[in-house]
Design a binder for this molecule. Structure first.
Ligand code: TYD
Ligand code: MG
Length: 467
């Protein structure tokens, strides 16, 4: 059978299909499949005749290794997310929604590195030099020696960065604008993006320059998203945030040279991104502690504790099917907690609308937040405010038991540091910090929690007034 002349590639996930379809089988996205020429791009070229291979020297696992050489930006939130700075000879992908602040962050990083004497090249494929200059002025970076180019052709970019002294860091903004003469597909397609990124990675490995690639997360599927090159780069960071809020989180999802659960927190201001070294203060900023339905969750992001308020509103419904609306948390997890409350504690919410919100537009991914959520729900339903000086954490299982979570000591220490004097935590928690004057309330199971909120929380509240 003859080889098909063309193939159909999903621009979202890169799955290859033999014929066009409206929906991609690989990722379930609609209208993302585009016809591409399989002869172009990586692995293609004139050398179709297999050449004789050259044997490489095999080596042992043991032996001398060096710590990866890094360049520090001095922006500590960025350095934290990258695992201690950009690694020379590596490629980092920074993905995020358009307009979230990727170019701003990288311009600030470029300026900071340039001030430290590094040679930085910023290649913008989206904005003209004048626009980039304007942004640099706004960020107070215009006086630095960052070298600028507005170019999208891969071969021209390579020729430019190869000229003169080797750069320490090259920023490509963005990969979706890259196009190469060697690939036949249209710019922005998976083949073009992969070819361009491959060429940039090769340059980084050959010269030892660090390479930062910007990728827009695309929903429409008209252009290839950053997912299609995630496997090729050494580290993948996503820049997230809510447009309604000023804070932004740089989250590591892959890192060949460091931990993957770190976050960097920034706040967007009129002079660019400002580092937020204590995120808890940001998320607890506008707290109204006296109202029912609010609980402070002591969470962890990697090695760093983050305190955040969860808010619940439980109100009698006028609809046949009550509403469940969740912002910042998993809605199926909420359904699970509602079911456990109903099955084991007799808390009936079938006639109530339930709204759940995580303050500040933050997103919680830890199951450790179960207890804070359950407390907020019960508190709102009963109209009893939770003790304002308490934090909550613990995972709830389907049997109603409260299970211990990791890093108890760090969570409690952070809570104490921010002025909380008590916590409700799983009874089986280990590693409690010693010599602390705080009150730990050990919770056995969910009925225990509910009865404490209904009864003893009032007592705790009184105690607090007595103090
Ligand atoms: P940008 O870095 O261009 O986003 P991306 O490269 O991810 O597409 O940032 C765009 C937004 O940031 C824009 O809406 C304006 C805002 N912004 C500020 O609020 N303050 C600033 O100092 C700058 C430079 C941008
Ligand atoms: Mg940009």
């Amino acid at each position: 059978m003859a080889k098909p002349k063309t193939q159909f590639v999903c621009q979202n996930c890169g799955t290859v299909h033999s014929r066009w379809a409206g929906k991609c089988e690989g990722c379930g996205e609609w209208n993302t499949i585009v016809e591409e020429d399989p002869m172009g791009g990586i692995g293609s070229g004139p050398g179709k005749v297999p050449k004789k291979g050259r044997a490489v020297t095999l080596t042992a696992l043991s032996g001398e290794t060096e710590e990866a050489p890094r360049i520090h930006t001095g922006i500590s939130e960025l350095d934290r997310a990258t695992g201690g700075g950009f690694v020379r000879g590596s490629a980092v992908l920074i993905g995020g929604d358009p307009g979230i602040g990727k170019s701003t962050l990288l311009m600030q990083a470029a300026a900071a590195l340039s001030r430290r004497g590094h040679r930085i090249i910023y290649v913008s494929g989206e904005e003209a030099v004048a626009q980039v200059r304007l942004r640099a002025q706004r960020l107070g970076a215009a006086d630095t020696e960052v070298l600028l180019a507005a170019e999208t052709n891969v071969e021209d970019i390579l020729a430019t960065v190869s000229e003169g002294k080797r750069p320490d860091l090259v920023i490509i903004d963005s990969i979706q604008t890259l196009w190469s003469d060697t690939a036949d597909s249209a710019p922005g397609t998976v083949t073009q993006v992969r070819t361009g990124v491959q060429a940039m990675i090769r340059f980084a490995k050959q010269t030892g320059a660090a390479m930062v690639l910007v990728g827009h997360v695309t929903k429409e599927g008209q252009i290839a998203g950053p997912r299609v090159v995630e496997h090729m780069v050494d580290a993948v960071l996503y820049f997230e945030g809510d447009r309604g809020h000023h804070y932004r989180i740089l989250r590591t999802v892959k890192n060949r040279f460091g931990p993957t659960d770190e976050i960097g927190v920034f706040e967007m201001s009129d002079k660019g991104l400002r580092e937020v070294t204590n995120p808890s203060e940001l998320f607890l900023g506008e707290r109204n502690a006296k109202s029912p339905g609010a609980a402070v969750f002591a969470g962890m992001e990697g090695t760093r504790p983050v305190l955040v308020e969860v808010q619940a509103l439980v109100a009698a419904t006028s609809l046949g099917t009550p509403r469940r609306a969740v912002v910042g948390w998993d809605s199926s997890r909420l359904a699970m907690i509602l079911a456990v409350l109903e099955a084991h504690c007799g808390v009936r919410l079938g006639q109530h609308d339930v709204y759940l919100n995580v303050a500040g537009g933050y997103r919680i991914s830890e199951p450790a937040a179960d207890m804070a959520i359950a407390s907020a729900l019960v508190s709102s339903l009963a109209g009893i405010a939770l003790p304002a000086d308490h934090v909550f954490f613990g995972e709830i299982s389907l049997s109603g038991a409260v299970r211990p979570v990791s890093q108890t000591a760090q969570r409690l220490k952070e809570a104490e540091k921010l002025g909380f004097s008590g916590a409700m935590l799983p009874a089986t928690s280990a590693e409690l910090p010693k010599g602390s004057s705080a009150r730990w309330t050990m919770i056995e199971d969910l009925p225990d929690l509910v009865s404490r909120i209904a009864g003893s929380v009032k007592k705790l509240g009184k105690q607090e007034e007595d103090d």
